[in-house]
Structure formats: C-alpha cells, structure tokens
Ligand binder design. Structure first.
Ligand code: SF4
Ligand code: SF4
Length: 93
C-alpha cells in the first residue's frame, strides 16, 4: 500500500471553508472566541460551513480551467493544521 497522501474525493472541503486569521486586536479575538472559533495567541482558526453550489453529490461540476484556481491548487497552499479532519492529505499523527 502506498504511503502517498492523496485526495479521498469526499467533497468535505467543498462543504466547509477553513482559514486562519492573524487578529491583533484583543476585542476582535474575543468576538471570535465567543462564537466558538479556536483562538491561539493572535491566531484565529476559522471554519465556516458552506456548501459550494458547484458540488453535486461529492463531485464538482466544474472541470479544467473552469474550476477556480484556489480549488485546483487545494490543498497545496494549506498547512497541515488547516486541513479538515479525515482529509486524505492530512498527516496521520
Ligand atoms: S477534504 Fe481532502 S480528501 Fe476530501 S475532497 Fe477535500 S482534499 Fe480531498
Ligand atoms: S468549485 Fe468545485 S472544487 Fe471548488 S469548492 Fe466548489 S465544488 Fe469544490
């Protein structure tokens, strides 16, 4: 069996948007903390559940250059901690 990490085609990254913010203002960090976001120092890990309208079943209905660049490059620009639980690209710890 290959150890290579790969996409499991679960479609979960098309149902949630995950990103991190650098929030310097204490009150703004409290705003996020009060709404259940994970806050570590000035870093806020955000996850917003949103089903992309291009998701059909577990597949995208856009192909080739029609697919947004961020989607084509995902998850290459993400650090491991940002990836969704169960993502095939996530390192097993
Ligand atoms: S969450 Fe990970 S495994 Fe699932 S479709 Fe997205 S990149 Fe692939
Ligand atoms: S455009 Fe396609 S790959 Fe990008 S989030 Fe929507 S369904 Fe997923």
């Amino acid at each position: 069996m290959s150890d290579k990490l790969s996409c499991l085609r679960c479609g979960n990254c098309c149902r949630s948007i995950v990103f991190k913010l650098n929030v310097r203002n204490v009150e703004d960090r409290e705003f996020y903390r009060a709404r259940g976001f994970k806050v570590d120092g000035t870093r806020v890990d955000a996850r917003v559940d949103h089903v992309c309208p291009h998701l059909v079943g577990d597949d995208c209905d856009l192909h080739g250059s029609s697919k947004p660049s961020l989607c084509r490059r995902y998850p290459g620009y993400m650090s491991d901690v940002d990836l969704l639980p169960g993502c095939g690209f996530k390192e097993k710890k």
